[in-house]
Design a protein around this ligand. Structure first.
Ligand code: NAP
Length: 484
């Protein structure tokens, strides 16, 4: 069973880069899942577009193989897959040339929603946008979806925005950050804004600090050359972790509406304090047991790119001044886990003799694995023996709480693609938001580049460089353990 759905109107969705890795791993399997959920109207078309000279049958084979490879057998069956494939079409198109555009124009139908997913290198975004207009394929309601990375600094992000803006207004541009499509991330908003319990405490008077961790066990395997031009700061912090930070720190929007939410996120980014060099630790994983280290993986013996970063970030506004946000992300770490932990302050006075009587509450929002929410609270330890206190989790794993539906959480791409069709931009980044995030990140990166800093080497399978521990220890705090 797949989760409940709200029907969408018929659509023509063109996937530029339909033969590429992202389309095969995420976009096509996600569309099949939405088909199973009954969300793809019968008169909709999914059109793959790339330079490869495939015919429709050839592309359908690729779609079938992608679904079979990237969805477990329990989540697919031959009959529905065959029915899904009847929606699939293909056109060979060159973003940089004339080939295929007239044919694509002829395939698009009037009176249905048009969406164009740019699942190609960002250097082609401008060409695609231009050709869609030149060949009169785009209309005033067409949506274009662009993938990350959205620039590598403020200058490149600005020029991408300018290129797209030449052909499409902001209301038609959907910049993907797939973290925003994750169920738990949206739950963060539900927790904050659909309950009275947390929001009154959601400020520096009651929150000691926030930790955001995105830990991976994999290295840069096979993507070393690309990753070496990026690094953890550009690849994770400037976009995904920044979005998480914004959702935690933003003021309540007046409505769950795209611009209302994005206005509030933008205010947070603009209020970020400049990060001091002593509040950043960068690392590179070492080789271990015959497995290459970062230097070998990147094939750049002089690489100074970080595969790990930990940093302390402050927000200069009334709500958050005095509550640090500690962010860390890295590759080849002990476990694959993503979580946000909000640590509340201790009660001002303990009436209990037990030294544990005033431990801090921690609200943990787990993004992966086992999406769920956990609140650590103090209770009395059961049994006689006086008032001994113990900290226990009030655990809400989605799988347990919601039964079958809780175990079958849609992939972020499923939700985001359907939001594109619905025309809902709430979970997509606005151009000014992306630029503001780069305006914050650029000086941080330029700082360590100007200082010529080399990342610290760390052992794979650990929680990162030892110096990152100091980042918290010197503030009298500790990182949470990295574990699944
Ligand atoms: P990829 O595997 O290299 O695929 C690129 C696609 O673009 C192929 O289908 C290719 O097909 C097509 N293409 C290349 N040049 C073209 C042209 N001139 N005209 C039309 N089509 C052209 O790349 P990818 O990994 O799927 O990544 C696609 C985008 O998603 C990139 O922006 C990437 O940064 C982003 N992204 C990828 C991932 C991921 O996990 N893969 C994750 C996040 C974001 P032909 O060669 O047949 O033309």
């Amino acid at each position: 069973m797949v989760s409940r759905t709200i029907p969408v109107d018929p659509f023509d969705l063109v996937i530029f880069g339909g033969t590429g890795d992202l389309a095969r791993r995420k976009i096509l399997p996600s569309l099949y899942r939405r088909y199973l959920a009954g969300q793809i109207p019968e008169d909709s078309q999914i059109i793959g577009a790339a330079r490869s000279e495939l015919d429709e049958a050839g592309f359908r084979d690729l779609v079938r193989a992608s679904v079979e490879e990237f969805l477990p057998a329990s989540k697919r069956d031959a009959t529905t897959l065959a029915a899904f494939l009847t929606h699939i079409r293909y056109v060979a198109v060159d973003a940089k040339g004339e080939a295929g555009w007239v044919e694509l124009g002829e395939m698009m139908r009037e009176g249905v929603i048009h969406a164009h997913y740019f699942s190609v290198a960002p250097s082609l975004f401008g060409d695609l946008a231009q050709r869609l207009c030149e060949f009169n394929i785009a209309n005033a309601d067409s949506r274009i979806v662009v993938e990350k990375p959205f620039g590598k600094d403020l200058k490149t992000a600005r020029s991408l925005n300018e290129v797209l803006a030449r052909h499409f207004p902001e209301q038609q541009i959907y910049r993907i950050d797939h973290y925003l499509g994750k169920e738990t991330v949206q739950n963060l908003m539900a927790i904050r804004f659909a309950n009275i319990l947390f929001e009154p405490l959601w400020k520096t008077e009651y929150i000691d600090h926030v930790q955001i961790t995105v830990a991976e066990t994999v290295g840069v395997d096979g993507r070393g050359a690309y990753y070496d031009t990026s690094g953890a700061m550009r690849d994770m912090v400037q976009n995904h972790m920044m979005q998480l930070l914004c959702l935690i720190a933003m003021e309540p929007p007046y409505h769950f509406d795209p611009d209302a939410v994005r206005d509030e996120k933008l205010k947070v980014i603009r209020a970020l304090e400049k990060v001091r060099p002593e509040d950043i630790v960068r690392g590179q994983y070492a080789s271990q047991g015959g497995k290459p280290g970062y230097i070998e993986d990147s094939e750049n013996p002089n690489s100074r790119t970080e595969s790990y970063i930990a940093m302390k970030v402050g927000i200069a506004n009334w709500r958050w001044k005095g509550t640090p946000f500690y962010l860390r992300t890295g590759k080849r770490l002990r476990a694959r886990t993503s979580e946000i932990a909000i640590t509340f302050r201790r009660p001002p006075h303990s009436i209990f003799d037990d030294p544990d009587g005033s431990r801090e509450n921690v609200l943990v929002i787990r993004l992966q694995p086992n999406e769920g929410i956990n609140l650590k609270v103090m209770i009395k330890e059961p049994g006689p023996g006086g008032m001994r206190l113990v900290q226990v989790p009030l655990d809400m794993s989605f799988a347990q709480a919601l039964g079958e539906e809780g175990t079958d959480i849609p992939d972020a791409y499923e939700r985001l693609i359907m939001d594109v069709i619905r025309g809902n931009q709430t979970l997509f980044m606005r151009g000014d938001e992306v630029e503001a995030a780069w305006a914050w990140a650029d000086p941080v990166i330029e700082g360590w580049e100007a200082r010529g800093e080399r990342p610290h080497v760390y052992q794979p399978g650990t929680s990162g460089p030892d110096d990152a521990l100091m980042l918290m220890h010197r503030d009298g705090r500790r990182w949470r353990e990295i574990k699944e």
